[in-house]
Design a binder for this molecule. Structure first.
Ligand code: FE2
Length: 208
């Protein structure tokens, strides 16, 4: 089983209330909307939909918790940390994101289930072929964290009834080379995958 951490009531009431109140507009029933929000190591922000004050508060309140989790799950990667993502992701009620492994730049991958009250949680697999290992059930303000490895395959999808709103919170690096060294991967092949996968997903619905 992939090493992971589940934390209940991850965000404080103010953060959670503000995030679920954001007006993200319409989302096609089989589509996805991603709003990128970033805070770097020096505290500089780049925000698309989360107001700067809230983004800074999220970073201040969550960063230490995330660092502690990464220290526990994959301590060798901690030194590579450069910035944090707080992406708001809304998937339409019929949307399904295929089984994938996270990109190498994600040192710690986190998702916080936001809205609605009922939906589907992240599904983890034993292999890319699709044998389910476990599912982390949906519960509002529940956070799920893992640190990618060669076999951390997972997927997510909406429950066919309503939009699914999540905060994806990742600790990130740009140092691909060093991550490859730590994971024992070929840097050139992994860079190629990183380049080609967004196109494969968009035009063919799968990634390598
Ligand atoms: Fe993922």
């Amino acid at each position: 089983m992939i090493k992971h951490k589940i934390l209940e009531n991850f965000l404080d009431v103010d953060e959670f209330t503000k995030l679920i109140s954001i007006n993200y507009g319409d989302v096609p029933i089989d589509g996805i909307k991603v709003f990128n929000n970033i805070v770097d190591r020096e505290g500089n922000t780049k925000s698309s939909i989360i107001e700067e004050k809230l983004l800074k508060k999220l970073h201040n309140n969550c960063h230490q918790k995330a660092v502690e989790i990464l220290k526990e799950l994959h301590p060798e990667k901690l030194k590579l940390y450069e910035y944090s993502e707080f992406h708001l992701i809304i998937t339409g009620k019929n949307y399904k994101f295929p089984i994938h492994n996270d990109t190498l730049n994600k040192l710690l991958s986190g998702v916080i289930y936001l809205h609605p009250e009922k939906n589907k949680g992240t599904i983890f697999y034993k292999s890319k072929k699709g044998e389910i290992s476990f599912e982390v059930d949906w519960k509002q303000n529940r956070a799920v964290f893992f640190s990618r490895s060669k076999n951390s395959f997972h997927s997510y999808e909406s429950d066919k009834n309503s939009n699914r709103v999540c905060l994806v919170y990742n600790l990130m690096t740009k140092n691909f080379k060093e991550v490859c060294k730590i994971e024992g991967l070929n840097y050139y092949y992994e860079s190629f995958k990183h380049f080609i996968n967004p196109y494969l997903l968009r035009y063919f619905g799968f990634i390598i």
